[in-house]
Write a protein that binds this ligand. Sequence first.
Ligand code: AMP
Ligand code: FE
Ligand code: FE
Ligand code: ZN
Length: 274
Amino acid sequence: MIYDLHSHTLASDGALSPAELVASAEQAGVGALAITDHDTTAGYSEWHALNRSSSVRVIPGVEFSTTWNGIGVHILGLNVDPGSDAMRSGTRSQLNARRERAARIIERLQKAGLAVDEAALLDSAGTTAPGRPHIARYLVSQQLVKDERTAFKKYLGAGKAGDVKNLWADLSTVIEWIRGSGGTAVLAHPDKYNMTFGKLTRLTADFAGLGGQAIEVISGRQLAVTTERLARLAASQGLLASMGSDFHQPGQSWASLGKITQMPASASPVWDSW
Ligand code: AMP
Ligand code: FE
Ligand code: FE
Ligand code: ZN
């Protein structure tokens, strides 16, 4: 059984509708797929409302943005109840933060001399969860940068004008929202934070201390040594292991749906308790 417990739809910064995503997962032979849009469960709810049958078990999820010691980190909520008070108030609060953040980023870009029209940009994003990828796409469409990569490199990436991360709820709050909605809190893509292993161990220990339950031992395509290192880290902190492609769009460089390495036999998979 292939588990892919991290994916995005048009409800955040993915390129496929929920129905297209599930159909692609089915084609890729995925048995269980978690839809984990940034700060919203709207993509999952859209799929659920279609009331379609599929060989794929679709698991409701979310990917919350937060910070730890000033560093932006992402926490997945897997198997959450989207209708619960905790999830509704959590996503409402984060989506407000996203809109406020988009406005601040746009203001900073304007101050940097870019001709950005706020209304047109938000309109082009077509989502309640505007993020940096939508801003990057707009800058490309206005020919203000040549491609999205350059948009991140010059304006939106870490330390640049558009790097606004102080609006998110804190780590303990997002874990409470996830657990309060019956979900499992998972530290997303630990290898993507450019932290030393010592720092990552401290993050993981703090996360576990606050009620975090698992880490993504596998995120997309990665080296076997990374998988082994993260599996050991999970075990040392008493955490379960999750895995996912972090699929956003067909053709992305880091992984396609379901094309992920196998979980090491020594790991305790997060889905065992579901
Ligand atoms: P946000 O949630 O608005 O902070 O945007 C984060 C998302 O932007 C990530 O989930 C990725 O999908 C995307 N992203 C982050 N860094 C880059 C980058 N350097 N180039 C392209 N996309 C990126
Ligand atoms: Fe994303
Ligand atoms: Fe992420
Ligand atoms: Zn993601």
